[in-house]
Write a protein that binds this ligand. Structure first.
Ligand code: AMP
Length: 282
């Protein structure tokens, strides 16, 4: 059986009132649909720690940098509902764009600092769109816990900052990145790779993990990253927008003794791929 699709906010609110009146906890998994095992791992995590699970499906126009990318984003709502049914999802909330952003909507949530480098540099306005929609989704679902993938590392740090700064009563639960057998991080956008591109895409996680291993072994960071970027370009994964070592929480320059992350964004077949991995500095 498919998960029940709920569209009007009033209908979702009626369910939530009922659940809360019985003291049940609510977990939310925000998504843009075209669900894969990465999303499902978040749903399973929610299922094990919350009485009720809401998955939201909203392709948020405000976080896209081009109308073409927005138009091309895969939309598979009924297949998504079918995947979620067996996992025991209580509601697949698919709000209309007009209900999320009705005429006259004028509020933008903007988080500084953590959003500024990397994705922030290459996707102007993207994180304002994310922060705004995440705030709206938290307000609409009134969830006690929200589950986010480490696949989108910078986004996860943005959400943590947002919740802390605005004292939102929701616990953010990070979930590990789920990868295909060849190491490629699962992503709805992978569907747009050609078969040939898909087979070349494994070079991205390979170069990323190899660079992380070398840095952990004490090889010089700059030279290692330059060589890894050249390897990606040679594999046809080009342009490489960034390949950088950063502090895992603040996304500022890495510091000894703190959790560090190596993050990458690069293009293949007209598809923008992002990935990241933990690095233990020697
Ligand atoms: P999206 O539908 O791409 O906006 O992603 C919705 C949520 O699923 C976000 O919290 C993502 O970080 C998470 N997610 C996407 N891909 C993966 C993956 N491969 N592994 C774990 N989580 C993921």
């Amino acid at each position: 059986m498919s998960a029940p699709i709920i569209r009007p906010l009033a209908e979702l609110r009626a369910l939530i009132r009922d659940w809360k009146s019985r003291g049940e906890t609510i977990g939310v998994v925000p998504t843009m649909g075209a669900l894969h095992e990465g999303h499902l791992s978040l749903v399973r995590a929610a299922r094990t720690s919350c009485d009720r699970v809401i998955v939201t499906l909203f392709v948020n126009p405000r976080q896209f940098n081009s109308s073409e990318d927005f138009a091309k984003y895969p939309r598979t709502e009924h297949a998504d509902a079918a995947l979620l049914g067996p996992l025991g999802v209580d509601a697949l909330f698919v709000p209309d764009g007009d209900e999320v952003y009705p005429p006259g909507h004028a509020t933008v949530i903007s988080v500084s600092g953590v959003t500024e480098p990397l994705e922030g540099q290459h996707r102007p306005g993207h994180f304002d769109g994310v922060a705004t929609v995440v705030t709206l989704l938290f307000n609409m679902t009134q969830a006690d816990r929200a589950f986010f993938g480490e696949k989108d590392w910078q986004q996860l740090q943005l959400v943590r900052r947002l919740v802390q700064d605005l004292k939102m009563p929701v616990e953010i639960v990070p979930c590990p990145c789920v990868r295909d057998e060849d190491g490629l991080a699962l992503s709805s956008r992978n569907q747009r790779l050609s078969p040939e591109g898909r087979s070349r895409a494994a070079a991205l996680p390979r170069a990323l993990f190899e660079a992380a291993r070398k840095i952990e072994a004490g090889e010089p960071v700059e030279a290692t990253l330059t060589a890894a970027a050249a390897e990606l370009e040679a594999a046809g994964i080009t342009p490489v927008e960034y390949l950088e070592l950063r502090d895992g929480d603040t996304l500022e320059a890495p510091q000894a003794g703190r959790a560090t992350r190596l993050l990458v964004a690069a293009w293949l077949d007209g598809v923008r791929l992002i990935d990241n991995v933990a690095v233990n500095l020697p």
